[in-house]
Every structure is written in structure tokens, then in C-alpha cells.
Design a protein around this ligand. Structure first.
Ligand code: PRP
Ligand code: URA
Length: 206
């Protein structure tokens, strides 16, 4: 598994505002979109291309087109806040939702939505979830995608805890993880510290 921390002044700037408890939901969503675009820019560097020729107003120009089938897989709910910026960059992508919530006592993921087909997997899945805490939800999502037959798994998370990275590394060895920052640890409630609180609640004002 590889972990890439996207090292960029814009990431640090927007992430600092995202963490701020004084940031209201509308701004939180906007910052989430900005950070997701920056993550996606890095995470899609290895998508493959084919040559393509177009006609400019002046002459023929040779260029490129993406040639892989890409699926975006937001983990409900908070991953929904990351879909639109990636779709803006890859408008041909399909979106496959997976629903997991963490049991509040055990912090174990509970699956509640999965309509993935059984065949014809995409070439690449970009799993979208802003928080990698214990890693339980992301591991469960990646296992589901592996069962579908997806060989190339990329996870975009805004924040990760070292515990979550260690857990997913052991379970999904081929994963490529892109994050804005790796925080200090998890607290006794399995929240990322310093973190940003509950991402789903802050995105959806609940
Ligand atoms: C949050 C977050 C991740 C998960 C991370 O979701 O969006 O999906 O927790 O924690 P883990 O790494 O320990 O599994 P939550 O269960 O709060 O659901 P929500 O997105 O509906 O708020
Ligand atoms: N889920 C969140 O939304 N925040 C955390 O810190 C951990 C899990």
C-alpha cells in the first residue's frame, strides 16, 4: 500500500479552516470540495490515456483522452460531500454509493446500502470518505469493491489517523491512499485528534 500526503500550501490553508469549529456548514462543504479537488488532482496522475486528434479553429491538434472506466465510490454519508468536485474533473465517471455507519459503542462499520452489480467492474475505483479513523469503514468498502472485481483501488480521505492507516495497510495491501494530513491519534471515542469533529454532521448540519 502507498500513502501520499498531498503537500501543498492550498491544502494546508483550506484544511486549517475546515478544522475550525467556527466554520459553518456552507463553508465546510465548500472547503471539502476544494480539498477534494486538490486530492483528486494528485490521485489521478496515473490514469491511462489514449491519443486523440481534434480540430482547433486553426488546424488539427493531437491530444489525449482518458481511456479507463472510473467509478467514484462515496461512503455515505460524508463521502457525498466529495463527489461533485471529482465528477467535475472526470465527468465520464460512474457513481456507486456504499452506505456504512459506525456503531457508536463499538466503532464497527455497519453496512446499510450496497447496490453494486455482481459483474463488469470498472478499471479504477476512487473511494471517497473524508475520514479514515479506525479504518473499519474504508476496509469494509474496499473489500466489497474487491469482491466486485475492482483491481485498482484509490482512497481519497481528507484526514487519516495513524491507527487507520496501519489497519488498512494490513487488510488492503494494493490500495493507494491520498490524504491532506495524517493527524496525531484517535481519542477514546475513536475520533481523530485534532481532527475536525464529525464530518457527516458538519457537512449536513445535523
Ligand atoms: C464517519 C466517516 C467515515 C467513518 C470513519 O462516518 O465519514 O465513514 O466515520 O471511521 P472509521 O475509519 O473508524 O470507520 P459515520 O459512521 O460517522 O457516518 P456518516 O458519514 O453518516 O456521518
Ligand atoms: N468520523 C468522523 O466523522 N470523524 C472522526 O474523527 C472519526 C470518524
Amino acid at each position: 500500500m502507498s500513502t501520499t500526503v498531498v503537500d501543498h500550501p492550498l491544502v494546508r490553508h483550506h484544511l486549517t479552516d475546515l478544522r475550525n469549529v467556527a466554520t459553518a456548514s456552507a463553508a465546510f462543504r465548500h472547503l471539502t470540495r476544494n480539498l477534494t479537488s486538490l486530492l483528486a488532482f494528485e490521485a489521478t496522475k496515473e490514469l491511462t490515456e489514449v491519443r486523440k486528434t481534434v480540430q482547433t479553429p486553426l488546424c488539427e491538434a493531437s491530444g489525449f483522452a482518458l481511456d479507463q472506466r472510473v467509478a467514484l465510490v462515496p461512503i455515505l454519508r460524508a463521502g457525498l460531500g466529495m463527489v461533485d468536485p471529482v465528477l467535475d474533473l472526470i465527468p465520464t465517471a460512474e457513481v456507486r454509493h456504499l452506505g456504512f455507519y459506525r456503531n457508536e459503542e463499538t466503532a464497527q462499520p455497519v453496512e446499510y446500502y450496497n447496490k453494486l452489480p455482481l459483474e463488469n467492474p470498472p478499471d479504477v475505483a476512487l473511494v471517497l470518505d473524508p475520514m479514515l479513523a479506525t479504518g473499519g469503514s474504508a476496509i469494509a468498502a474496499c473489500r466489497t469493491l474487491q469482491k466486485w472485481g475492482v483491481a485498482n483501488l484509490i482512497l481519497l480521505s481528507i484526514l487519516a489517523a495513524p491507527e487507520g492507516i496501519a489497519a488498512i495497510e494490513g487488510e488492503i495491501p494494493g490500495l493507494k491512499l491520498f490524504v491532506c494530513a495524517v493527524d496525531e491519534n484517535l481519542n477514546e471515542h475513536k475520533y481523530i485528534v485534532p481532527g475536525l469533529g464529525d464530518a457527516g454532521d458538519r457537512i449536513f448540519k445535523t
